[in-house]
Design a protein around this ligand. Structure first.
Ligand SMILES: [Zn+2]
Length: 163
């Protein structure tokens, strides 16, 4: 089951998607969006292959009439960004959720990371995080060179802000 919430923030329309993107999700109402649109994908837990097709169709539609960005991409959506080159269409990925784990106590946490922050460091590391339970420096629970691949496609996109 996929639900969404639409918020207007200034000129931007933010669409927060929650749940599972599969054959039961009907994205057609979203093809009516226009202007500057951000999809918040933090709540997308799973994407099936039918869901991927639906999504790509939506992106194709919106590319013609909107400026689209993806924000807070969940690990499930990052997986698709990494696997399928046209999953994002022409959208910029502004930020994503990075899964961290603590090597000492095993605690897990998802942290919101800005794409620009990662690209500034060369694109292969995520910002340091300390474990809330034992203060050990946490590690990305996926291989960075695998999890962060989608950012490499974006290098030439929007100019990267300098520190
Ligand atoms: Zn810990």
């Amino acid at each position: 089951m996929l639900r969404w919430q639409v918020l207007k923030v200034g000129l931007r329309t933010i669409v927060a998607l929650n749940g599972v993107l599969d054959e039961n999700a009907d994205l057609r109402p979203l093809t009516e969006l226009s202007g500057e649109v951000s999809f918040d994908l933090s709540g997308v837990r799973r994407i099936s292959s039918t869901g991927v097709r639906e999504w790509i169709e939506l992106m194709r539609h919106l590319d013609r009439r909107c400026r689209v960005s993806l924000v807070a991409c969940s690990p499930a959506s990052v997986t698709q960004l990494n696997l399928i080159s046209n999953f994002r269409g022409r959208a910029q990925v502004e930020s994503f959720m990075a899964p961290y784990e603590c090597p000492t106590c095993g605690a897990e946490r998802e942290v919101l990371v800005d794409s620009v922050t990662v690209l500034r460091t060369g694109g292969l590391s995520v910002p340091p995080q300390s474990c809330g339970d034992c203060a050990t420096p946490m590690e990305l629970s996926e291989l960075p060179e695998r999890y962060l691949v989608f950012l490499m496609d974006q290098r030439g996109g929007r100019p990267v802000a300098r520190a």
